[in-house]
Ligand binder design. Structure first.
Ligand code: KIV
Ligand code: ZN
Length: 513
């Protein structure tokens, strides 16, 4: 029988550190339920001490999501560990993940600690965490740039103190696959008590090597991989879960390793993360990109028609891509609608289904065919984006534009329950609408990014707009969908402004890495 590699998903912690990818508690819960359906072994639900929102997310995921181990990150500081435990104590399978840097570069310039001090802190804090829970993970941050004999000494000491998993981070994405594999081999050979802990790896993608490094580590004895859906994460991101899992599955002949992942939930998980974070996946991204299973060349199509394996090394169905993407029409009922959403990974409440169904009916009146992507946009626009408090609401929007007149927008907004009406002219219809909204809300934010995407083909397609705005340190994303792209744009801008207000209220307490 093949050995198992544990999948530790850190989409909700490291993934959420991607600029603009922050999620609120309801969104994190939705993701965590999907991760449980996907079958991950461990969910890193957040960094409990970093903000009240993160604390709440860890607490609620621990209490409400069944199946995986639920973990909170904690610096090697007693207060962090106490708060992590406070958040985790209602979970049926809790884990505390504590970390401290071990590379000279971090110790000298960032933490002003000697090697001996860092080692003592690591041991003391693993011991402290063990006072709460048996399942304790330790990470020597920047391990791939840490002097090897010191790294081995730290690992031996934390395992002696009770760490059950030792995670080796390539924090800055500097390692090369052969070198990183040899590091893991060295740990296996030279840390005397390594048989008492699982070796884990956590690779960043700064040089595009996160998946290759994690794979090389696994080949050399690592049995836990930390990864994220769509590879999101700090800077260039982390190892992508779907790539690691599908490599192990597709090349089992050579690697002889397994995971417990239900691979048919991969696409639903990927789309959920895209929908919530607004971070779209490049079309040629392995496994989950729009083109990953699209065969364009005549020779390839000919081969596929004769025998699928000529050009397909894994089937689209194995990752959860349905054969036909045409889903529903105007005569489809509520039951079919709910079933399709469930297949796409959205388990909504009755109230949410009703809202989304109303919107679906009005879209189906305008468009003959409604596709999966349309449904996802509806859920995002009508349900998920409203999981944050709406300080601003669009009451109406009227636009005049054309070749002979300067674009003009009149917007009526509800702001804190009272009506505001503002007009503006602009360089184009979207510019005029955004200026009117900015005046009505008095926002001091800056627009960093605006993108519009036709969700499906045809001129009746819904337009999906993503905006990214910034105010001081806070960067947030907003999304909106509508068959009229000016309305979609206004909805996206308002969604971003509401998220910004929410973020300011939540106030992150720590700035990390
Ligand atoms: O990249 C890193 O080193 C981390 C650690 C906290 C595991 O995210
Ligand atoms: Zn990281």
């Amino acid at each position: 029988m093949s050995e198992l590699v544990r999948i530790f998903d850190t989409t909700l912690r490291d993934g959420e550190q991607s600029p603009g990818a922050s999620m609120n508690v309801e969104e994190k819960l939705r993701v965590a339920h999907q991760l449980a359906r996907l079958g991950v072994d461990i969910i890193e639900a957040g960094f409990a001490v970093s903000s009240p929102g993160d604390f709440d997310a860890v607490r609620r995921i621990g209490q409400e999501v069944e199946g995986p181990v639920v973990c909170s990150l904690a610096r090697a500081i007693a207060k962090d560990i106490d708060v992590a435990w406070d958040a985790l104590k209602g979970a049926s399978k809790p884990r505390i993940h504590t970390f401290i840097s071990t590379s000279d570069i971090h110790l000298k310039y960032q933490f002003k600690l000697s090697r001996d001090e860092a080692l003592k802190r690591a041991v003391d804090m693993v011991t402290h965490a063990k006072g709460y829970v048996d399942d304790v993970e330790f990470s020597p941050m920047d391990a791939s740039r840490t002097e090897e004999s010191y790294l081995f000494e730290v690992l031996e000491a934390v395992i002696e103190a009770g760490a059950t998993t030792v995670n080796i981070p390539d924090t800055v994405g500097y390692a090369l696959p052969k070198q990183f594999g040899e590091l893991i081999k060295g740990i296996k050979e030279k840390v005397p008590n390594i048989d008492k802990a699982v070796i884990s790896v956590h690779c960043h993608n700064d040089l595009g090597l996160a998946v290759a490094n994690a794979l090389s580590a696994v080949v050399n004895g690592a049995r836990q991989v930390e990864c994220t859906i769509n590879g999101i994460g700090e800077r260039a991101g982390n190892s992508s879960l779907e790539e690691i899992v599908m490599i192990l599955k597709t090349r089992r002949d050579l690697l002889d390793l397994d995971t417990l992942i239900n691979t048919e939930q991969i696409i639903a998980s990927s789309r959920l993360i895209t929908g919530i974070t607004g971070m779209t996946v490049q079309p040629n991204k392995a496994i989950v990109g729009a083109n990953a299973f699209a065969h364009e060349s005549g020779i390839h199509q000919d081969g596929l028609l004769k025998e699928k394996t000529t050009y397909e090394i894994m089937s689209p169905e194995s990752v959860g891509l349905s054969k036909s993407t045409l889903v529903l029409g105007k005569h489809s009922g509520r039951h079919a609608f709910r079933t399709r959403l469930e297949e796409l990974g959205y388990n909504l409440t009755d109230g949410e289904i009703n809202k989304a169904f109303e919107r679906f009916k009005s879209l189906a009146d305008k468009k003959k065919e409604v596709f999966d992507e349309d449904l996802e946009a509806i859920v995002q626009d009508e349900v998920l984006s409203l999981a944050i408090p709406e300080r601003y609401k669009i009451v109406s929007l009227t636009i005049e534009s054309g070749t002979e007149s300067q674009p003009h927008a009149l917007v009526q907004l509800e702001v804190d329950g009272s009506l505001r009406r503002f007009e503006a002219v602009g360089d184009g219809a979207v510019d005029a609408a955004f200026r009117a909204i900015a005046n009505a809300t008095g926002t001091g934010s800056k627009l960093l990014h605006y993108a519009v995407n036709a969700i499906t083909g045809g001129t009746d397609a819904q337009g999906e707009v993503t905006v990214r705005i910034q105010e001081r340190e806070d960067i947030v994303i907003g999304q909106g969908a509508h068959t009229d792209i000016i309305v979609a744009s206004a909805r996206a801008y308002i969604n971003a402004l509401n998220r910004l207000e929410h973020k300011k209220k939540q106030g992150d307490m720590l700035d990390l890495f």
